[in-house]
Design a protein around this ligand. Structure first.
Ligand code: ACO
Length: 427
C-alpha cells in the first residue's frame, strides 16, 4: 500500500491519506479535498469513485471474481440456496441449520400482503408493465407497515428487511396475475421461497400446482446470481435515497425504478428480444456489424459490463443452467442456438476482444425464464425480487455506519453566469 498521495494543484501540494480494504484497489481519501484546495473531483458515472465502505460483496472485474461475504458466487450458486445467501448477506455469516430454519420460517411468515393492497392493483391498467406496478406497490408498503419505518431502531430495520424480502415474490406474482386476469394466489408457508413464488405465479385455484424440481432449483440459482452486486446503479440509488433518512420501503421503490432501465436490470428483457429479432444464426453477422457501427446506436444487449472486463462469472453459471432447464422441460428453443453462436462469433471478433466485451448475466437468463413460462416483461421484476436482498443488506450496512452522511455530489457548472431578470414585455 502507498503511504499517501500528493496532489499538486496550482503551486500547492496537498497530501491525502490512502486507505486499504481487505482486498481490491486502495482508495485515496479525498474527503478534505474541497476544504484544502477549493476544487472538486469530476467523475460522472463514478468510474473512479468509491462511494462508501462496504463488507458485503467484492468484485474483481479483471479476474472475473464475485464474492459475497468472501464466498465465491460459483460455490454459492452450486451448493447454497437463495434463503441461505439472503441470510449471509444480511447477517455476515453463513447460518447454522437452526438459524437457517428460523430465518426461512420468519420470511415465510411475512409473505402475505395487507389485504387492502389488492385494491391497489385494481387501480392499474391490465397492460401495465410489472415494474411500473412494483414501483408503485413497494413504495406504498410504507403506508401499510408503519411499525417498521423507524430507521433508528435496528429491530424495526430488520423487520422491514424481512418484510421486503418476503413480500417481493407475492408482489411480483400478483403483478403477473393481474396482467393476465387470473385470481391472485395466496402464499403457502410449507413451500420453499422459490417454489412458493412459482406457485403464486403459475398456479390457479382450480387445481394443484406441480413443478419440476430442476425448475425450482434453476430459478433459485438465478435469484442467488442476482442477489447483490456491490455499488451498482440501483444499489447506489437505494443508498442515496436512504442517506436522507427515507424509510426502507421508499428506498427500495427507488431502487426498483433505477433497475428498470435497459442499461441495468432491463437488459435481460432487451437481450431476449434482440435474440428473437435475430431469429436465425445466418442473421448474426448483420447484427454484429450493427453493434460495431459507430453511427448505429444498436448495442448487443447482454454484452459488456462496467466492472467485468474479463468475463462475468454469473454468465458461465447461467449458460450451464439454460441447458439443464431446457433438457428438464423438453424444450428446444432456437433462440439458444442463436445465443451460443452469437457469443462465439462476438468472442472471436477483434472489436469485442479489444473492448473486453463479454456476455453478462443477462445474456442467458432470458432464455431460461422464457422456457419456464415467464413473459419478457416479468424478467426485470424477477431481478428486482432477488436484488431486494442486496438492497436491504446494503441499506442496513449504510444506516449502521457511524460515518454515514447524506449523499450530496457536487458539479462542474457550465450554465450561464449571473444575469439580471428581464420582464417578459421587455424580452
Ligand atoms: N455492444 C456493442 N458495443 C458496446 C457494448 C455492446 N453491448 N457495450 C459497450 N460497447 C462499446 C461502446 O460503444 C464503447 O465503445 P467506444 O469506446 O468506441 O465508445 C465501449 O464499448 C465502452 O462502452 P461504455 O458504454 O463506455 O461502457 P460502460 O462501462 O459505460 O457500459 C454497459 C457498460 C452499460 C453495461 C454497456 O456495456 C451496455 O450498454 N451493454 C448492453 C446493456 C447490458 O447488457 N446491460 C446489462 C449490464 S449487467 C446488469 O445490469 C446486471
Amino acid at each position: 500500500m502507498a503511504d499517501g498521495a500528493t496532489l499538486r494543484f496550482g503551486n500547492k501540494d496537498t497530501a491525502f491519506a490512502v486507505r486499504s480494504g481487505t482486498t481490491g484497489p486502495d482508495v485515496i481519501d479525498i474527503r478534505k479535498l474541497y476544504a484544502q484546495t477549493g476544487a472538486f473531483t469530476f467523475d460522472p458515472g463514478f468510474t473512479s469513485t468509491a462511494s462508501c465502505e462496504s463488507g458485503l460483496t467484492f468484485i474483481d472485474g479483471d479476474e472475473g471474481v464475485l464474492l459475497h461475504r468472501g464466498y465465491p458466487i460459483e460455490q454459492l450458486a452450486e451448493d447454497s440456496s437463495f434463503m441461505e445467501v439472503s441470510y449471509l448477506l444480511l447477517n455476515g455469516e453463513l447460518p447454522g441449520k437452526a438459524e437457517l430454519d428460523r430465518f426461512s420460517h420468519t420470511i415465510s411468515r411475512h409473505t402475505m400482503l395487507h389485504e387492502q393492497l389488492a385494491n391497489f392493483y385494481r387501480g392499474f391498467r391490465r397492460d401495465a408493465h410489472p415494474m411500473a406496478i412494483m414501483c408503485g406497490v413497494v413504495g406504498a408498503l410504507s403506508a401499510f407497515y408503519h411499525d417498521s419505518t423507524d430507521i433508528s431502531d435496528p429491530r424495526q430495520r430488520m423487520i422491514a428487511s424481512h418484510r421486503l424480502i418476503a413480500k417481493m415474490p407475492t408482489i411480483a406474482a400478483m403483478a403477473y396475475k393481474y396482467s393476465i386476469g387470473q385470481p391472485f394466489i395466496y402464499p403457502r408457508n410449507d413451500l420453499s421461497y422459490t417454489h412458493n413464488f412459482l406457485r403464486m405465479t403459475f398456479g390457479v385455484p382450480a387445481e394443484d400446482y406441480h413443478v419440476d424440481p430442476v425448475v425450482v432449483r434453476a430459478l433459485d440459482r438465478i435469484f442467488i446470481l442476482h442477489a447483490d452486486h456491490e455499488q451498482n446503479a440501483s444499489t447506489s440509488t437505494v443508498r442515496l435515497a436512504g442517506s436522507s433518512g427515507a424509510n426502507p420501503f421508499a428506498c427500495i421503490a427507488a431502487g426498483i425504478a433505477c433497475l428498470w432501465g435497459p442499461a441495468h436490470g432491463g437488459a435481460n428483457e432487451a437481450a431476449l428480444n434482440m435474440l428473437r429479432e435475430i431469429g436465425t444464426p445466418d442473421r448474426i453477422p448483420h447484427y454484429i456489424a450493427r453493434a460495431k457501427d459507430k453511427n448505429d446506436p444498436f448495442r448487443l444487449m447482454g454484452f459488456g459490463h462496467r466492472v467485468y472486463k474479463n468475463y462475468d462469472p454469473r454468465a458461465s453459471v447461467m449458460q450451464k443452467t439454460v441447458r439443464e432447464v431446457l433438457t428438464a422441460l423438453g424444450v428446444s428453443d432456437p433462440v439458444f442456438d442463436v445465443a451460443l453462436q452469437l457469443e462465439e462469433m462476438a468472442l472471436n471478433d477483434p472489436y469485442f476482444i479489444e473492448k473486453k466485451l463479454f456476455p453478462n448475466v443477462d445474456f442467458y437468463s432470458g432464455i431460461i425464464l422464457s422456457a419456464m413460462g415467464f413473459p419478457t416483461t416479468m424478467f426485470t421484476a424477477l431481478f428486482a425480487l432477488a436484488r431486494t436482498v442486496g438492497w436491504v443488506a446494503q441499506w442496513n450496512e449504510m444506516i449502521s455506519d457511524p460515518d454515514q452522511k447524506i449523499g450530496r455530489p457536487r458539479q462542474l457548472y457550465t450554465g450561464p453566469t449571473r444575469r439580471d431578470y428581464v420582464a417578459v414585455e421587455a424580452r
